[in-house]
Design a protein around this ligand. Structure first.
Ligand code: NDP
Length: 263
């Protein structure tokens, strides 16, 4: 059992899906949690909800776009004032882009590459001084299996994800002297905000979520026959964020239900 009593963690994109379940699990295991996302109302509601569920922990929420360096710096300053050191930074905020090479404009390429890289670069830079004050610091980047197994209908996201896999390895090397471990998870299809949004936009309006998600799992050849649950991703994230993975750095855990076709 992982015990995070006295630990402090930061989760970007902590108001929905995987980020929210990660925040919940961190609190459940004893950590104080700071979270952010862009929607101020959602941040307020989520922070309140988590604080009520875990009254013995500290929950800090701030509206912050991870693509805005100044907002991220201000979030980190708020966390410094409340928490001091940070033991784990979970770079989770983001979403995928569905488009082929033919349908992706230069501007869309730039937007996607910027989202994937700077959603990690800004928080990592801003929280580095706080991570350096921890005795067991770790960074976890939420990545996609597309990094290793690209899909032509998500060409820009796939290419960007491959870059992130590479970046995780470089950060692990550069930060090893500081004792900061850097790892990622490779997700397949997880039932969260982005898939619910795609379901809402479905063509066949007669399909229920269960039918739609079941067909998707078949079409994508998911060995375990279903989409992943956000809490299944959260468990892998928390493992990498905690000292339970103390001898692991520069690596990625596959959380894809067997979608990966490489050994
Ligand atoms: P959700 O849409 O449920 O959650 C995304 C969270 O990120 C929300 O809290 C959202 O809040 C926040 N967010 C998005 N953009 C920003 C931003 N620029 N700055 C700050 N917060 C932001 O999606 P998931 O839980 O599925 O996604 C979590 C991560 O997992 C994402 O990086 C996604 O790309 C990745 N992933 C997910 C997969 C899946 O199948 N679900 C597969 C592969 C990767 P708000 O909109 O208010 O900012």
């Amino acid at each position: 059992m992982i015990n995070l009593e006295g630990k402090k963690a930061v989760v970007t994109g902590g108001t929905s899906g995987i980020g929210l379940e990660t925040a919940r699990l961190l609190l459940q295991l004893g950590a104080d949690v700071a979270l952010c996302s862009r929607d101020a109302e959602r941040v307020k509601a989520t922070t309140q909800q988590l604080q009520e569920a875990y009254p013995a922990r500290r929950v800090l929420g701030q509206a912050c776009d991870v693509l805005d360096a100044e907002q991220v710096r201000s979030f980190a300053e708020q966390v410094r004032q409340s928490f001091g050191a940070v033991d784990a930074l979970i770079n989770n905020a983001g979403q995928g882009r569905v488009s082929t090479f033919a349908s992706t404009t230069d501007e869309e390429w730039e937007t996607e590459l910027r989202l994937k890289f700077f959603s990690i670069i800004h928080p990592t830079r801003a929280f580095l001084p706080l991570l350096e004050q921890s005795s067991e610091p770790a960074i976890v980047c939420v990545n996609s299996l597309l990094a290793a197994q690209p899909e032509p209908h998500m060409v820009a996201t796939s290419a960007a994800r491959a870059g992130i896999k590479n970046l995780v390895r470089s950060l692990a090397s550069e930060f090893s002297v500081k004792g900061i471990r850097v790892n990622g998870i490779l997700l397949g299809l997880v039932d969260s905000g982005q898939w619910r949004r795609r379901y809402e936009a479905r063509e066949d309006r007669s399909q229920s979520w269960e039918q739609w998600a079941g067909d998707l799992a078949k079409r994508k050849h998911i060995e375990l026959g279903r989409l992943g649950r956000p809490e299944e991703a959260a468990r892998a994230i928390v493992f990498l964020a905690s000292s339970a993975s103390s001898y692991t750095t520069g690596s990625h855990i596959d959380v894809s239900g067997g979608v990966s076709r490489y050994a």
